[in-house]
Design a protein. Structure first.
Lengths: 188, 245
């Protein structure tokens, strides 16, 4: 059954023929979706979630948001809530991917098992493009640093990041500073 | 006494307490060393954000389709009922969304038992079942996707219960037709089973077979009955036969 692909294949037909009578909650969710879809997609893609899976996760997040808004359950910090949900979905996705692969692969294990992962990435400087190099350094960072960096890159404040990742404010600041120091060394 | 790297970052990010921020800014005005360190920090942030967003921007598809799907899913959830007959095309779109919601619904409510079924249905429980359909009906749509039918909540629950699926994680399973509706598959529990996405032979692979069979049937290269039989008896074998690889 092609339940997923069909509406995507003909969005214009969907929009034009439905003559939608959207509820205020649906409109509100769509407005938030338009505002946050790209940042959340970027966050998931940066965490190596395949694009199709990332899109589906974004759908799930906003359907969850829709349900919560119907029950008036959402607090004031919508972006923080959405990224918190994205983080949790990513954790599930990663766990599933690892389980299917039958191993704990080099995703972030490298950052724990290699003495200085940045050194390996640094060596790429000589031959690789700057973008590739910077991204390689990011991927070699310890996972908390990567997560802090990616969430900060999407505009989240330290307090929000700390809540999502279950870290202290000081740890967030420290992780970001360490990550940027490594990036600065690699980009010299 | 210079500002630490962490203080500089927190100052740049507006995360220093106000009193500390005032002192830090005062220090910065007097200290070229800290200003130079701040410039390096800002350059690093600029380089990272520019390269990151540039790399990722290329991989984010257009929002139009996904937005339409989200609207359809929300409408379906809000309505909580099947669409009216008059809204034929809309109904099919929403039906599709409803099918997605079968899987999506498991997102919140359910968790799948560890004993996941394989890529083939249980032949005793899901032998495949057809409904009367003409070749003209099959071929009235250019793609197999267009002819998709709603699966009632009750039927879906019966299928899941039959296969011992108690709960689910999003996207793990798709309650799928064995014989796809566009080839005359019926919406009965004998023609439905929870198909895992995770297996190599998953729902998405089967979608390709269904499209291929639709094309072959409509091109007169395979008769409808053969297509129905082949997909019902061994869809993986049929995939190898008709799609290859």
């Amino acid at each position: 059954m092609k339940a997923i692909r069909m509406p995507w294949a003909a969005p214009a037909a969907v929009e034009s023929q439905r003559a939608p009578r959207q509820s205020p909650v649906e409109d509100e969710v769509v407005a938030l979706y338009d505002q946050l879809r790209v940042p959340v997609m970027r966050y998931l893609l940066a965490n190596r979630v395949p694009a199709a899976d990332a899109e589906e996760i974004v759908q799930e997040i906003f359907l969850l948001l829709f349900r919560n808004l119907q029950k008036e359950k959402l607090g004031v910090n919508t972006a923080g809530w959405v990224f918190g949900a994205a983080h949790n979905f990513w954790l599930k996705h990663r766990e599933k991917t690892r389980r299917e692969a039958g191993l704990v692969d080099g995703w972030d294990a490298g950052s724990e098992g290699v003495a200085d992962p940045t050194a390996r990435a640094d060596s790429m400087l000589l031959s690789a493009e700057r973008q590739q190099t910077l991204m390689a350094v990011v991927r070699a960072l310890p996972e908390p640093q990567q997560q802090c960096l990616q969430l900060r890159a999407e505009g989240l404040r330290y307090r929000e990041i700390a809540k999502i990742l279950g870290m202290s404010l000081g740890s967030v600041a420290n992780a970001l500073q360490s990550a940027l120091a490594r990036l600065a060394r690699a980009d010299r | 006494m210079h500002l630490s790297d962490e203080q500089l970052l927190m100052l740049a990010d507006g995360e220093l307490p106000e009193g500390d921020a005032v002192s830090a800014r005062g220090h910065m005005q007097a200290c070229w060393t800290c200003r130079e360190k701040m410039a390096v920090l800002e350059n690093t942030i600029n380089a990272f954000i520019r390269e990151r967003n540039e790399e990722l921007a290329e991989r984010v598809p257009s929002a139009a389709g996904p937005r339409a799907l989200l609207r359809a899913r929300m409408a379906e959830m809000a309505a909580g009922q099947r669409p009216r007959r008059a809204e034929w095309l809309v109904g099919r779109v929403l039906a599709a969304a409803a099918c997605v919601c079968v899987v999506a619904g498991t997102v919140v409510l359910l968790e799948i038992r560890a004993r996941a079924e394989g890529p083939r249905p249980n032949a005793a429980m899901t032998p495949g079942e057809t409904r009367p359909i003409s070749l003209a009906e099959v071929c009235s749509h250019p793609t197999a996707e267009v002819v998709v039918q709603d699966i009632s909540l009750e039927t879906r629950q019966r299928v899941l219960e039959k296969y011992g699926v108690r709960s689910g994680v999003p996207g793990d399973f798709e309650v799928d037709y064995l014989i796809t509706p566009d080839l005359g598959g019926a919406e009965t529990v004998r023609n439905l089973w929870p198909q895992p996405y995770s297996a190599r032979w998953n729902a998405k692979v089967k979608d390709r077979l269904e499209q291929r069979l639709h094309d072959l049937v409509c091109a007169g290269k395979v008769d409808l009955e053969t297509a129905q039989r082949d997909i019902a008896t061994d869809w993986i074998g049929a995939y190898k036969k008709y799609v290859g690889r």
